[in-house]
Write a protein that binds this ligand. Structure first.
Ligand code: HEC
Ligand code: HEC
Length: 300
């Protein structure tokens, strides 16, 4: 809060308090010449008169006490502009303390899993349940509630892994995140026709129906421009997160338009790092859950 706002608030609050005291004192005071309560001289119907009964003393005292309480409260807690209060309490500090307590409880609950292998975690029904609920709260927004992903967000239930599917690979994906970098390559082609040829070749790799002549012309361009990352046969490279282009799984789509967009404008999918957010034990539990679902898919 800037100091002018702080003073604005302080002045308003103090004026309110002082104003209340003054109002109480002013209205409760009897002045010389005031009529007695039974003589207010307001009459109706001849003999019905208004009676001026002062507030009861206990009520006045209570009012003063609330003002004293309010003043003390404002001095003890932060309420007067930027004044921090004599108690040192702040909502931020209270929140931090509760959060730390919560974190400690969670850490204790997950501690037994910190050292377990993925196999052990996959067999443990409690760990599986915890993994599933972690996935629902931290991963489902991107990968879908059923972990089957969407365009640009990989399906985690299949056996296709762009960054490797060993327990260590999956753990690293979740803990450290992944940044895919497929550069925009529109300017690497001399003409639109060259792009069409290359796209046709890429689609032929996964056995799609393409114009054979077109694809043939694209082959050389693929080895010149693409094979460094996607491999000579387009089988991908998990160190770069470069997808296998010869399988039937497409992160961004395998139709002509989608492949063309991938090639011309590039793709840079980002998996955010979760290690710091979740801590080692929870990261391991959720990664193991994901890995186990893919392993289950492998079984016939
Ligand atoms: C903000 C969105 C987002 C969130 C949240 C997110 N992911 Fe991802 N994740 C992605 C994207 C995008 C990719 C693909 C990166 C790329 O293009 O290679 C990815 C990739 C992955 C991969 C690698 C897949 C592969 O094929 O190798 C794993 C494993 C993974 N995520 C697991 C998780 C888990 C577990 C969580 C929750 C703890 C999670 N993700 C949360 C967006 C997200
Ligand atoms: C510098 C390395 C690199 C080069 C060079 C490169 N790619 Fe990629 N490519 C990637 C990476 C990494 C991804 C994954 C992007 C992502 O996950 O967001 C990718 C993704 C793709 C995709 C999307 C796949 C899907 O599942 O939807 C296509 C198609 C593709 N590349 C084709 C090509 C073609 C064709 C060339 C050559 C003209 C090429 N790439 C050159 C690294 C590269």
């Amino acid at each position: 809060m800037s100091s002018s706002w702080s003073w604005y608030v302080i002045v308003l609050v103090v004026l309110n308090l002082v104003g209340s005291v003054w109002l109480l004192w002013f209205t409760g005071k009897r002045r010389a010449g005031d009529p007695a309560p039974e003589q207010t001289s307001h009459y109706w119907d001849g003999d019905v008169t208004e009676y001026n009964k002062p507030m009861p003393r206990w009520w006045i005292v209570l009012f003063y006490l609330t003002i004293v309480f309010g003043t003390a409260y404002l001095l003890y807690y932060p309420g007067l502009g930027a004044w921090r209060g004599a108690s040192g309490w702040s909502s931020q500090r209270e929140h931090d303390a509760q959060r730390a307590e919560n974190e400690a409880r969670i850490a204790a609950a997950f501690a037994p899993y910190a050292e377990k292998s993925f196999e052990e975690l996959a067999r443990d029904p409690v760990a599986r349940k915890l993994g599933q609920s972690l996935f629902a709260s931290h991963c489902a927004a991107c990968h879908g509630a059923d972990a089957r992903g969407a365009r640009g967000f990989p399906d985690l239930t299949d056996t296709v892994w762009h960054w490797g599917g060993t327990p260590d690979d999956v753990l690293a994906s979740v803990r450290d995140g992944r940044q895919a970098m497929m550069p925009p390559l529109a300017s690497a082609f001399a003409s639109d026709a060259e792009i069409d040829e290359t796209v046709a070749y890429v689609r032929s790799l996964s056995g799609q129906q393409v114009d054979g002549q077109l694809a043939e012309k694209g082959a050389a361009r693929f080895s010149a421009l693409c094979s460094a990352c996607h491999g000579a046969e387009g089988k991908g490279n998990p160190l770069l997160g470069a997808p296998d282009l010869s399988d039937s799984y497409w992160l961004y789509g395998g139709d002509v338009a989608s492949v063309r967009t991938s090639v011309t404008t590039g793709r840079s999918g980002q998996m955010p790092a979760h290690g710091d957010l979740l801590g080692p034990a929870r990261t391991r539990v959720v990664a193991a859950w994901v890995h186990a679902r893919s392993s289950a898919a492998k079984q016939p």
